[in-house]
Design a protein around this ligand. Structure first.
Ligand SMILES: [Zn+2]
Length: 338
């Protein structure tokens, strides 16, 4: 990760709070950085590790970027910083935690902090999490266990209760848009931020990776399913390929727009203003109470998607429910024919 010029504005307040604790000699020994994906937890963790190891930190507590410790971190070879992450994106095995414990059992090589950073900590196997408990209780002097997680609820309560929690939430939209707008490569910040559920780093990643906006195709699928021209199971496969949680969030935003279009007489601000026309056609025959009911189903699906059941089955269920809703009224009235 590149050393950043300035801290994103929504991270400044949590950073200051932590710095106050540091200067007051009240740094926790186990910190759980929690919050949705794409808000900057990894950046924050890196800044914190650098700041604690830097031998000449700046007045705001951030690392200088030039001392020997900072150069070693940049080279990925600071002996007092140990980073653990899931193997091939899957799980953190017990062997990783054992290696971490060995590092923390040694004396600090540079006489300062020793930091163990566990990325995606919720991916620890239960054996790994158990092995970590003793270290969480007695981490040793000037040691910091830095757990980072999008899904802290999946961590064992025994691990959570031994960490101080710092939550980095989705930032205010205006702040996130301002930050995105300040970047050369960013166009259509509104659209990408919406697609990323308000998470600025997730939006930036989509832009940088040249991602395609999936919503037009998604709305086409919804229209075709409603008209009986598409198989919900095939559409579910496409949705699963885009990620179940994201797909459900996007469908929800479309259904919310349909409700707005049905319920508001005045021109109304939509979450997907660029899709107003197809959504208007789609909404035309769907009674709002059915749309509300369907929204409940989508919200439940969103919760299920987070606990890693079968994504394909979940999406099939949701899209079959959409077909049934539409077959009731919308299809019969022909409001969504193309
Ligand atoms: Zn430094």
């Amino acid at each position: 990760m590149q050393r950043s010029e300035s801290m994103p504005p929504w991270l400044e307040a949590p950073w200051r709070r932590l710095q106050e604790r540091r200067t007051g000699d009240r740094m926790p020994h186990a910190l759980l950085l929690a919050g949705p994906g794409g808000v900057g937890k990894a950046l924050f963790a890196r800044e914190l590790a650098e700041a604690l190891l830097c031998t000449a930190p700046r007045s705001d507590g951030r690392a200088c970027g030039a001392c020997r410790a900072c150069r070693l971190i940049d080279a990925g070879s600071h002996p007092d910083l140990f980073r653990l992450e899931p193997i091939e994106g899957r799980a953190i095995p017990i062997e990783g935690v054992r290696a971490l414990r060995e590092v923390l059992a040694l004396r600090s090589q540079y006489g300062g902090w020793r930091i163990a950073w566990i990325a995606a900590a919720e991916r620890m196997t239960s054996a790994a999490a158990n092995a970590l408990l003793k270290t969480l209780e007695e981490p040793g002097p000037q040691s910091l266990l830095l757990l980072v997680s999008d899904r802290p609820d999946l961590l064992p309560a025994t691990v959570r209760s031994r960490c101080q929690r710092l939550v980095l939430p989705i930032p205010p939209r205006a702040q996130a848009l301002g930050w995105l707008a300040g970047r050369e490569e960013v166009t259509e910040a509104e659209r990408w931020l919406t697609l990323a559920g308000g998470a600025p780093f997730a939006a930036l990643e989509r832009i940088r990776s040249g991602a395609v906006d999936p919503r037009p195709e998604l709305v086409q699928d919804l229209a075709a399913i409603a008209a009986g021209r598409a198989d919900p199971l095939v559409a579910a496969e496409r949705c699963a390929a885009r990620g179940a949680a994201d797909s459900l969030r996007w469908i929800s935003s479309c259904v919310m727009d349909m409700i707005r279009l049905r319920c508001c007489r005045q021109p109304v601000a939509l979450r997907n203003p660029d899709l107003r026309e197809p959504l208007q056609r789609l909404a035309a025959g769907c009674p709002p109470e059915r749309l509300f009911h369907y929204l409940d189903r989508l919200n439940a699906g969103g919760r299920e998607a987070q606990s890693s059941i079968n994504d394909q089955l979940l999406l099939e269920d949701v899209l079959i429910a959409w077909h049934e809703l539409a077959a009731g009224d919308c299809g019969a009235r022909g409001g969504i024919r193309r």
